[in-house]
Write a protein that binds this ligand. Structure first.
Ligand code: NAD
Length: 255
């Protein structure tokens, strides 16, 4: 299937993990791929792999929390490819698991900056170009926006904010034929999409915890993003789609 022939996407955090799988999937479906990331070595490797598969791909060193870098990066993508049709706001950082009394303001600010301000900045600067053709913005949130274990406050708040940014932008941008969607993955094993690749260190119990019988793979998220970014999802905007092997829906009984 070549659902993105002649189109150009920006995938933030596309050098590794889920973002790398999304960049790969959109690329093999015909999209030109712009990878925004701060990891230059992994970014260069990733666009090299895409180029070997015949995909027009370029790496741009962009910290998504830095407005000047985002502004320049998006302008360079337009200059290089002549359009920006899909933006995947995937770059994100996790949490340390410290209690709220031990969390620092620096940690809070950095997580909010990358996970929430970053998608806002990238969206802000692609709109000028997307308005010309219509387009799609997909925000990678998390099931932790919807449910929590202890000590995830900065991360959960950043992803909850991202869901609100999604529906708010969707309403503002619908008149330009720009759709905005969120995807909330559950536990995704990114080991094979790291650079250099890592060995998975999952146990049988990790897989069995999931009603679907296994931990998620980056490809599970990538195929959903490709569907949402394609014309097949043309009447979808403003909503969040959970991809978690059934964990969020499962009722837990205490014996
Ligand atoms: P990862 O750490 O494997 O990859 C993240 C990528 O983002 C890296 O290439 C990193 O260099 C890049 N990055 C980090 N900060 C950046 C910045 N300031 N500017 C540009 N790039 C930056 O992470 P992942 O597991 O693939 O996660 C990707 C997204 O999916 C994140 O938003 C994460 O919160 C979300 N997510 C992951 C899981 C999971 O289980 N892996 C579950 C739910 C949601």
């Amino acid at each position: 299937m070549k659902r993105f022939e002649g189109k150009t996407c920006i995938v933030t955090g596309g050098a590794k993990g889920i973002g790398a799988a999304i960049a790969w999937r959109l690329g093999i479906e015909g999209c030109n791929v712009a990878v925004f990331d701060i990891d230059e070595e992994a970014g260069a490797y990733r666009v090299g792999e895409l180029a070997k598969a015949g995909v027009r791909a370029r790496f741009y060193r962009v910290d998504v929390s830095n407005e000047e870098q985002v502004f320049k990066g998006v302008g360079n993508v337009y200059a290089d490819f002549g359009g920006v049709n899909v933006l995947v706001n995937n770059a994100g950082i996790g949490f340390t698991g410290r209690s709220i009394e031990e969390q620092s303001i620096e940690e809070w600010r950095r997580i909010i900056d990358v996970n929430l301000t970053g998608p806002w900045l990238c969206s802000k600067h692609v709109v000028k170009y997307m308005k010309k053709t219509g387009g799609v913005i997909v925000n990678i949130a998390s099931t932790r926006a919807l449910q929590s274990e202890p000590n995830t406050e900065p991360y959960s708040a950043s992803k909850g904010g991202l869901l609100a940014l999604t529906h708010s932008l969707a309403i503002s941008l619908a008149k330009y034929r720009i759709r905005v969607l969120a995807v909330s993955p559950g536990w995704i094993d990114t080991s094979e999409w790291q650079f250099p690749p890592r060995k998975p260190s999952l146990t049988r119990l990790d897989h069995e915890w999931h009603p679907a019988g296994r931990v998620g793979r980056p490809e599970d998220v990538a195929s959903l993003v490709a569907f949402l970014a394609s014309d097949e999802a043309g009447w979808m905007t403003g909503v969040n789609v959970v991809v978690d092997g059934g964990v969020t829906s499962r009722m837990v009984y205490l014996d």
